[in-house]
Design a protein around this ligand. Structure first.
Ligand code: SAM
Ligand code: SF4
Length: 331
């Protein structure tokens, strides 16, 4: 008998699994880990082993998952990650495997990433200024990140998408310069509204919503909207006339994209999470470590799908909905 597909109560077909392989990170971005020094860490035994992740992915593929993104924490800090990526690349039925990284360790590992079959990279880039990079991330690593970006571009990774969390008084004076990179390179520069996630968040005064983000770019000319394709993520896409790349706006607060969401998330601790912005999740690690059958894993998938909310409820007013940290869920 053919296994069921992952279709939720609102008729969304979930084909995209984002997998956080670690909650650890070599940076401490102010929007992701605002408490910097007091980040609770999972013990090694609490983190899913690679073979456990691969088993879950294989079963997910039988249920219709075709697209995987590896994220974290910083995925490239986990030991054995390149061998894991290569095993992932061998799973038949996956048509798209991509990686989200802060870029710090990218430069020296690009060949291994490419050889594992990954063509698409998302890189976090919140500033082009070394001093500000230290302020935002807590580490002096801008040069390493930029060298990694240049190297990835020259090696032919495409498209390279960038994530910039837009923050008033922090990097809003640079949004135009970051957007300008879409003229020089075929990069997709995506600007994200800050989401108040985790036990600690930044002051709401740093919040910059999509219309204000777009206004910061107006000196560069008019933005022409790009028609959405079926596999587009949450970004509203635009292009400046004459640009090689694109601009994207990701607006979880000012314009929910929930009705288009086709994602499930597997957290570093082995929880299957139907919505980034809701703490409801189903445990996979427990049953797996007790020796469950593949059919039991299917049941957990179906249960998570059954509880995918129609839309999230994190907005300007309600900030307490999501207690888990972004670094453990995987952004
Ligand atoms: N360490 C990798 C990186 O930074 O690209 C992958 C994990 S990180 C959690 C994934 C994405 O989540 C990053 O692009 C980051 O900008 C975004 N992110 C983290 N905290 C966020 C927040 N509070 N609001 C909006 N985006 C956030
Ligand atoms: Fe680390 Fe990424 Fe979070 Fe920054 S956003 S602290 S790089 S996990």
């Amino acid at each position: 008998m053919k296994p069921p597909l992952l279709i939720d109560p609102f008729n969304r077909n979930l084909t995209y699994l984002r997998v956080s392989i670690t909650d650890r990170c070599n940076l401490r971005c102010m929007y992701c880990m605002p408490s910097r020094e007091t980040i609770p860490r999972l013990a090694h035994t609490q983190v899913l082993r690679y073979e456990e992740i691969l088993r879950i992915v294989r079963i997910g593929v039988q249920l219709g998952i075709t697209k995987i993104r590896i994220t974290g924490g910083e995925p490239l800090v986990r030991k054995g990650v390149y061998e894991f990526l290569s095993e992932l690349g061998k799973i038949e039925g996956l048509t798209d495997i991509s990686l989200t990284t802060n870029g710090v360790l990218l430069k020296d590992h690009l060949a291994q990433i490419r050889d594992a079959g990954i063509k698409r990279l998302n890189i976090s880039l919140d500033t082009l200024n070394r001093e500000k990079f230290i302020r935002i991330t807590g580490q002096d690593a801008f040069t390493q990140v930029w060298e990694g970006i240049e190297a990835a571009h020259h090696m032919g990774f495409a498209p390279i998408k960038f994530n910039t969390v837009a923050m008033k008084g922090i990097n809003d004076d640079e949004l135009t310069d970051i957007a300008r990179l879409s003229f020089t390179y075929p990069f997709h520069m995506r600007f994200i509204e800050y989401m108040p996630i985790g036990d600690h968040h930044l002051d709401r005064s740093i919040r910059l919503l999509a219309p204000e983000i777009l206004a910061r770019m107006s000196p560069l000319g008019d933005l022409t909207p790009i028609r959405r394709s079926r596999d587009d993520g949450p970004a509203e896409r635009y292009r400046f006339q004459g640009a090689r790349g694109e601009i994207g706006i990701i607006q979880p607060l000012s314009n929910h994209f929930c009705h288009l969401c086709n994602r499930l998330r597997l957290t570093a601790s082995g929880q299957l999470r139907p919505c980034l912005l809701s703490d409801r999740q189903e445990d996979l690690k427990g049953p797996i470590r007790k020796g469950c059958l593949d059919g039991d894993i299917v049941k957990v998938f179906l249960e998570a799908v059954r509880f995918k909310p129609m839309e999230h409820r994190v907005d300007d007013v309600r900030q307490d909905e999501v207690r888990d940290a972004m670094s453990s869920i995987g952004g």
